[in-house]
Design a protein around this ligand. Structure first.
Ligand SMILES: [Zn+2]
Length: 80
């Protein structure tokens, strides 16, 4: 019975640690450090040519800077 409780404690700790790792935005850091001009997405709005590393961030850029919505179609190009 004591062993089982210890195991439950261990599992609980493990779960908490996993959730923290998921919430931690560490995955975005290597992308920024490893940024290469030819890898990522480029904004295709006239006169902009803004570069972002991920599809999500280029879409965010288009929404914020150009009032873009998905219904307008794709306004960025994959430069990989
Ligand atoms: Zn743009």
């Amino acid at each position: 019975m004591k062993q089982r409780r210890e195991l439950e404690h261990y599992v609980k700790d493990f779960d908490i640690r996993e959730i923290k790792e998921i919430q931690n935005p560490w995955t975005e850091v290597p992308e920024v450090i490893g940024l290469k001009v030819h890898e990522g997405f480029m904004c295709m709005f006239e006169g902009c040519h803004h570069l972002r590393t991920t599809l999500m961030s280029i879409q965010k850029h288009c929404q914020r800077e150009h009032g873009w919505t998905k219904s307008q179609g794709i306004h960025h190009v994959d430069t990989n």
